[in-house]
Design a protein around this ligand. Structure first.
Ligand SMILES: Cc1cc2nc3c(=O)[nH]c(=O)nc-3n(C[C@H](O)[C@H](O)[C@H](O)COP(=O)(O)O)c2cc1C
Length: 212
């Protein structure tokens, strides 16, 4: 196995896949890595759905594209040439992957009711409390997704964390039969990469890190 730094620093988003399957045992390995992540007060506030059915992926694609088109309608006369076509591709490439993981965040929970009551008595409301803590449930989802992406990469597959499909999150819940109270967060297409990604520009470490 590669050392951790090599694994983490060589992971890249992959958006095109070979026509090769990802066995179910590998999917389970990725999910086991994801659910090992830390979560606020160990809430494990996540749900994952593996989608292999192309018919289901087609329904999600249709929902995402029609939402994108309806949002962009207001700018129709002003869009750069080819913008619409490339946007459609950018939001729908997941359909070409052999498997796509949908990630949901389960109902928001408060972990310390006494402290939350005190915060409310100090004038905070639900929304400002979530802002204060940078939404710890969402942070937990981020930790799980990163674990999953690294496990995917470790096994020689590629994946892309896609948030844009969240524009029609409610419809994705419906298509997948996931209850409304679980909030759709992301789609993660996974497969064997069909290309080598270009190197990416990195910020200098001094820009993002200091020690006091
Ligand atoms: C929270 C989050 C949301 C993202 N959403 C999308 C997306 O909707 N579509 C997409 O193509 N890439 C998406 N990406 C991938 C980023 O574009 C990519 O991580 C970034 O450009 C850095 O490239 P790398 O992943 O190859 O290191 C997302 C990444 C993150 C972390």
């Amino acid at each position: 196995m590669e050392d951790f730094f090599t694994l983490a620093s060589s992971r890249r988003s992959i958006r095109k896949f070979k026509d090769m399957d990802v066995p179910q045992e590998d999917i389970e390995y990725f999910i086991n890595a994801a659910v090992s992540a830390p979560s606020g007060c160990n809430s494990q506030c996540w749900r994952f759905v593996a989608i292999r059915d192309k018919n289901v992926l087609g329904k999600i694609e249709k929902a995402v594209i029609s939402k994108v088109e309806s949002i962009l309608k207001i700018r129709e006369s002003d869009l750069p040439k080819n913008y619409m076509d490339s946007k459609r591709k950018m939001v729908s490439f997941f359909t070409k992957a052999p498997v796509v993981i949908a990630v949901f965040m389960t109902e928001v929970q408060y972990y310390d009711p006494i402290f939350i009551t005190a915060l409310k008595e100090n004038g905070y409301n639900d929304e400002s409390i979530m802002k204060l803590f940078a939404n710890y449930d969402l942070l937990s989802i981020g930790a799980a997704v990163q674990n999953l992406l690294l496990a995917v990469h470790e096994k020689g597959y590629g994946a892309c964390w896609m948030n844009e499909p969240a524009i029609c999150g409610g419809e994705i819940n419906e298509i997948l039969g996931v209850p409304e109270k679980d909030k759709f967060i992301s789609l993660i297409p996974i497969g064997v990469p069909s290309y080598n990604p270009r190197s990416k520009e990195m910020k200098n470490i001094d820009e993002v890190f200091f020690t006091v």
